[in-house]
Design a binder for this molecule. Structure first.
Ligand code: 5CA
Length: 454
């Protein structure tokens, strides 16, 4: 992408109403624009980040054997009356009446809709286990939408639903989700700690929230600091292997880590030595639930078991806050100059700064680098504007691309350009070809176009 042709409305002023860094930076970098309270347009740069996050979520869900689909945002109230949640959900649910006077709602979550799909099409235990998921907009009429995309009213969520014959199988599904989430967040450059939590309106007793530690987080958390040493890393997991998934679950959940809803000071003090006790704040980026037959029983989602008897299926649901993650990543990865994107979620792979636009040789080298990076199946972002050098650097620092290649007449006299890492500010001088080769090594060249998102 060339900046001269892009739409990236950078704000010079720091927006006064934005209280936390991620909200300020998303507005300043022209990633989002508020359309009404808690509802945002995702401008091109923000949309690219959202797409990258979404892609990682899809890849990891499919790796775990979960099947993607798409359900609508608007739902019929009838289904919610069957599960008894239509009234119970309260004022957070946006209720709509269509022209025929039918009660509809904008889905805050999809347990009812998916259970209806399941009961229509699945009748035998032979079709289990089954986990279906989608990534779709949700609406919750939050009392206090705030912090930009962190607590929106409209937000983008991955929600997945498992259907199993027995409680044991459903707990394997629970553990499989837990493992796949650990991998998902680490790929995004985040450490998200599973913590014991409350299940709220979704129901069930078995639930973990995933929290990214951050001073600006909305949740109070208490944990054993030893938990922050755990890394998922490059482990290979066979998601069909219940014992393997269970072992990872136990490794990551055996130490004390709870949100303030479930915190028990007495247990905390008994289990955790004083020097490892931490009280902090966190951003909830996901939550998993096992709720057994809470929906399948009232809604009649039954299968014929091996003994011929009809039994309600065991279910759970599992959510990732995809739009919230854009804010959470920035909260975890920024400095005083702007965003510092982890490589896997950056909107573009490398920035190119032309220090003398209109200089024939400098322009040619920039174009060559631009084309070569694209030929690798990666996305360069070329500042080809007439802006002065200081302004170009400030913009690149603000939008936080992990790597920047700076091309100017002085360097080119010696046959070099400068490759700078946003995270550390470290630079090295290289030939233009070497700089492109380094970008290729960093990202690993994949099949053409594979790394590009709309
Ligand atoms: N049905 C279950 C699992 S699919 C469910 O709805 N879970 S949830 O309520 O915990 O939401 C899942 C995730 O969506 C949360 O962990 C959070 O990351 C994100 N989320 C929830 N509410 C909002 C909101 N108002 N704004 C942005 N993200 C939100």
């Amino acid at each position: 992408m060339r900046l001269s042709r892009y739409f990236m409305p950078i704000l010079k002023e720091i927006p006064a109403d934005a209280q936390i860094a991620s909200h300020r930076l998303m507005l300043r970098a022209g990633m989002i624009k508020q359309s009404s309270a808690g509802i945002y347009s995702w401008l091109p740069l923000g949309f690219k980040v959202l797409r990258r996050l979404e892609r990682i979520v899809h890849e990891e869900q499919m790796r775990a054997g979960h099947i993607p689909m798409l359900m609508p945002t608007l739902q019929s109230a009838e289904l919610w009356k069957e599960s008894d949640r239509y009234d119970a959900y309260g004022p957070e649910m946006l209720r709509i009446t269509d022209r025929n006077g039918r009660d509809m709602l904008y889905g805050p979550t999809n347990e009812e809709l998916i259970t209806d799909i399941f009961r229509t099409h699945v009748a035998s235990y032979r079709d289990l286990p089954l986990t279906l998921y989608h990534i779709q907009w949700k609406f919750r009429d939050e009392i206090r939408p705030r912090f930009g995309v962190m607590r929106g009213r409209e937000f983008y969520m991955k929600d997945g639903y498992n259907f199993d014959l027995t409680r044991e199988d459903a707990l394997h599904s629970y553990n499989r989700h837990l493992v796949s989430y650990l991998r998902t967040y680490e790929r995004m450059g985040l450490q998200a700690i599973p913590m014991r939590a409350e299940s709220g309106p979704i129901g069930g007793n078995n639930t973990h929230e995933f929290l990214v530690l951050a001073d600006t987080g909305e949740s109070g958390v208490f944990y054993d600091s030893a938990i922050t040493d755990l890394k998922f890393g490059g482990r290979e997991i066979d998601y069909r292997d219940a014992l393997q998934c269970q072992a990872v679950m136990e490794e990551f959940t055996s130490r004390y880590a709870r949100t303030d809803d479930t915190h028990d000071q007495e247990v905390f003090e008994r289990q955790v030595p004083e020097e490892r006790r931490r009280a902090a704040r966190g951003i909830e980026v996901g939550q998993i639930f096992y709720f057994g037959t809470k929906y399948s029983e009232p809604m009649g989602a039954m299968v014929q078991g091996p003994d011929g008897r009809q039994v309600p299926v065991h279910m759970g649901s599992h959510g990732i806050g995809v739009s919230r993650l854009a804010g959470a990543v920035i909260e975890a990865c920024h400095d005083e100059k702007g965003i510092v994107w982890p490589e896997n979620v950056a909107p573009f792979h490398a920035g190119i700064v032309n220090l003398r636009q209109g200089d024939g040789q400098v322009d040619r080298v920039c174009e060559k680098i631009y084309d070569s990076i694209r030929a690798l199946g990666l996305e360069p972002f070329y500042d080809d504007t007439e802006e002065r050098a200081g302004g170009k650097f400030a913009t690149m620092d603000l939008i936080g691309l992990p790597w920047r290649i700076t091309v100017g007449p002085r360097g080119l006299k010696n046959g070099v350009v400068e490759l700078t890492r946003r995270k550390t500010g470290e630079s090295e001088e290289l030939s233009p070809e070497r700089a492109v080769a380094r970008i290729s090594e960093i990202y690993g060249v994949r099949e053409n176009g594979r790394n590009c998102v709309p």
